[in-house]
Design a protein around this ligand. Structure first.
Ligand code: GDP
Ligand code: IMO
Ligand code: MG
Length: 438
């Protein structure tokens, strides 16, 4: 004990990978519990710069057990390539295990993802096109292939006998896409299965054994609350089942909710979003462009290379995500990006077209797309933060900005990240230490 969940508090890319790399030292197991290779987590440490899509960000500590949990949609080619890349850079994967219950992204899933987006036209979600949504759709429709099936050529053959003719009919007759060749799919994916086999385990068991020994298990989320299928800005969300929220973590790893004692919510000091959908505080002007390019790591999507949409910190949406995830500790990242702004705005409410003021996140993405942000303006600090390593070393204006955000979203900021490198952080409170409930 305990299990600690790390979630994104906004629309993804808050710096979850960077934070997990920072705090994993205090855990013995790091496990991804949802999503697939739509996620992209950048980690910069003394071993170099890494972009992880599926492998947990604890992989840089050779003695830690890393787990790809049953809630992850697994593209075998992508994960094997990621493993190869890590190994080629001297990173050990000896303690990496993949659940035998992961749903496998099959070659029809990206084809369906891309074709669906085309059919949606102006209503497109702006997906990553990696087939993650269709894979989770098939999981719910009971038409999935799991890693346990993939590594067993007979079981895989049986699943494919039913699924491939079905999927080929869908590809041809609904989407007008050429069918997939059975022998080719079987051979390629059997080969993937055999390469994956040494990693595949009953990973829930491994996690429970660690918990029984009293060790800390870190559950690494992907995406963010506002992209969550239930909690997010539906339908402009991702399709993870279990969800990318803290509530999905137990399901995606095979532990009960009573084991989870802390929820760490990662928030950027401003907002970004990739893909379509409402974003009330979005800045389409020069200020938005400055937020996009300022600082050492510009706002470019890790997975698809798309420029991220940018805007001021949205305290309404962030408070909502802290609430629905039961966040106990907040982490504020990319504070350094705000260093050169003479004044900074925070969205504290939304005004609807019919003159109502909202202080909670509406369910309707249509309404959210029509609201006008109500801003509070605070002075900037016009001083570098990236060398600060303690609270007192932060400029006064930066401390006041953080205090204001804590008050608005109702959670303490326990870590402040002031740069992308492992040591560029201020640890106010150890987020792995269980706090007394207030
Ligand atoms: P994730 O998906 O939540 O893991 O986030 P991403 O890795 O997709 O995006 C976060 C980006 O911000 C990465 O390029 C990180 O290297 C970078 N980053 C993380 N923390 C900081 C920070 O405090 N300051 C700056 N400038 N960059 C940061
Ligand atoms: P990390 O873990 C940012 C977005 C896509 C799109 C929507 C649906 O790096 O924070 P999908 O391919 O999942 O069906 O696309 O969700 N999206 C992300 N945006 N960061 C992510 O992950 C994302 N994963 C999905 O851009 O808008
Ligand atoms: Mg990312």
């Amino acid at each position: 004990m305990p299990a600690v969940v790390v979630i994104g508090g906004q629309w993804g890319d808050e710096g979850k990978g960077r934070v997990v790399d920072l705090i994993a030292q205090g855990a013995s197991v790091v496990a991804r519990y949802s999503a697939g290779n739509n996620a992209g987590h950048t980690v910069i440490n003394d071993l170099g710069e890494f972009k992880l899509n599926v492998v947990p960000a604890g992989i840089f500590y050779p003695e830690k057990t890393c787990i790809i949990g049953n809630g992850v949609a697994l593209d075998p080619g992508v994960v094997l390539n990621e493993i190869d890349q890590l190994v080629s850079r001297g990173i050990s994967v000896e303690h990496l295990f993949i659940s035998d219950r992961c749903h496998v992204i099959m070659p029809w899933h990206p084809l369906i993802d891309i074709a669906d987006e085309k059919m949606r036209g102006a209503a497109a979600i702006g997906t990553t096109g990696r087939g993650v949504g269709p894979c989770f759709t098939d999981k719910v429709a009971r038409m999935g292939i799991r890693t346990g099936d993939l590594i067993d050529p007979d079981a895989f053959r049986k699943r494919l006998d039913f699924l491939l003719p079905y999927k080929n009919k869908v590809l041809q007759q609904l989407y007008g896409v050429p069918p997939l060749d059975d022998a080719d799919v079987y051979q390629r994916y059997c080969a993937f299965g055999q390469r994956l086999k040494p990693f595949v385990r009953d990973t829930a068991q491994i996690v429970h054994e660690a918990l029984d020994r009293g060790e800390t298990v870190l559950l690494e989320g992907a995406q963010g609350c506002l992209l969550d299928l239930d909690a997010g800005t539906y339908e402009y969300v991702t399709s993870s089942v279990p969800s990318s929220s803290a509530g999905g973590a137990g399901i995606g790893i095979g532990i009960g909710p009573t084991v989870i004692q802390q929820v760490v919510g990662i928030y950027k000091a401003y907002m970004t979003r990739v893909g379509n959908g409402p974003m009330p505080s979005e800045l389409l002007d020069e200020t938005g462009q400055i937020l996009r390019i300022e600082g050492p790591r510009p706002e470019i999507g890790t997975t698809t290379g798309r420029p991220r949409r940018t805007g001021w910190f949205d305290a309404v949406a962030s408070r909502y995500s802290a609430m629905v995830n039961g966040v106990t500790s907040g982490v504020l990242t990319r504070l350094d990006v705000l260093d050169n702004f003479p004044s900074i705005k925070i969205c504290v409410a939304y005004e609807t077209p019919d003159g109502r003021t909202l202080t909670t996140l509406p369910a309707s993405s249509v309404l959210l797309g029509e609201v006008t942000p109500v801003y509070e303006e605070v002075p900037g600090w016009l001083a570098p933060t990236n060398t600060a390593r303690s609270w007192d070393q932060l400029p006064k204006g930066a401390r006041e900005y953080i205090r204001r955000i804590e008050k608005l979203i109702g959670i303490p900021i326990d870590i402040v990240s002031v740069g992308p490198e492992r040591d560029q952080a201020i640890i106010v409170h150890d987020v792995l230490k269980v706090k007394p409930r207030t």
